[in-house]
Write a protein of this length. Structure first.
Length: 289
């Protein structure tokens, strides 16, 4: 097996490692310390923020099963790329975010994904993009920490681990225009065999003009959603409402959404992630725009 490697700093390496371990195509992970100034640092030394190291996960992956492009997009799902030296409740230079590469041939992909993700956000990213200078493995206590301690501390929500476990490399992206065109071609209420075949991730990008109200429902497992632009008010099936702001994930409400409303002053862009098992169908209510 011809493995490839990328080093990703995403805050506390316990949660970041566990997140990437769930992704199909990731063969091995190792937590450690990257791009610092001392030799053979210990966890205790790095914790003082005096060594220059970042808590980092060495990800070894099979490029025949998963692409670097996909891994990086998953990385941006798991971090706040605008937060300097802080992820979740963890704060310090050791918790900075970074993409550290060993193959210069990966730079075009890194640059492309970084630019596309940045274009979705008004705030500037503070994620480092640097060649790997050095990497030292952390001691055994920290390796596979959340496998050993399932209820241990983690800055990431558990819903993200389920999301990563079911995620496959993106096969299809649907724009709102394409979705409406497809829905208008229906003879009945369901579009059979969409998506079909092996379990796969489908990204549904929905655009809400100012004042728009869009309803939808589904039979597939919706595990994650994120507001890419604007402020979106979600009305749940029980009548409760919550407004999600730009960059905020829709973890708590997925599966209970009745409709979305744009009550703001600019268009809203929402990405929803659907996982289809063989034989399942995706049913979406016609957008009422």
């Amino acid at each position: 097996m011809n493995l490839k490697h990328i080093y990703l700093a995403g805050g506390c390496f316990w949660g970041t490692e566990h997140f990437f371990k769930q992704i199909d195509g990731v063969v091995e992970t190792e937590v450690g310390f990257a791009n610092g100034q001392t030799d053979n640092p210990t966890y205790e030394q790095v914790y003082t923020d005096s060594t220059g190291y970042a808590e980092t996960v060495h990800v070894s992956y099979d490029p025949d099963k998963v692409s670097l492009d996909f891994l990086l997009r998953m990385f941006f799902v798991a971090i706040d790329p605008t937060s300097l030296n802080k992820q979740g409740h963890d704060e310090g230079t050791r918790y900075r975010t970074g993409i550290y590469y060993t193959d210069e041939g990966d730079l075009p992909i890194i640059g492309k994904v970084y630019a596309e993700e940045q274009s979705k956000c008004a705030q500037p990213f503070v994620v480092e993009k640097l060649p790997l200078q050095n990497f030292y493995s952390a001691d055994e206590y920290h390796q596979d920490y959340l496998d050993k301690h399932p209820d241990g501390y983690c800055h990431l929500p558990k819903a993200l681990f389920d999301f990563a476990r079911k995620a496959k490399d993106m096969k299809k992206e649907i724009t709102t225009t394409e979705l409406i065109r497809t829905l208008q071609s229906w003879d009945g209420e369901q579009l059979p065999d969409f998506p079909k075949g092996k379990p796969e991730l489908t990204v549904l990008r929905m655009t809400f003009p100012v004042g728009a109200v869009t309803g939808w429902h589904h039979h597939t497992a919706v595990n994650y959603g994120i507001v890419e632009q604007g402020d979106l008010t979600i009305v749940c099936q029980d009548g409760n409402e919550r407004t999600f702001h730009e960059g905020e994930p829709l973890v708590e409400v997925v599966g209970t959404i009745h409709r979305g409303e744009n009550r703001g002053t600019k268009p809203v862009i929402l990405d929803m992630f659907y996982f289809a098992e063989p034989g399942q169908v995706l049913t979406i209510q016609h957008p009422e725009i």
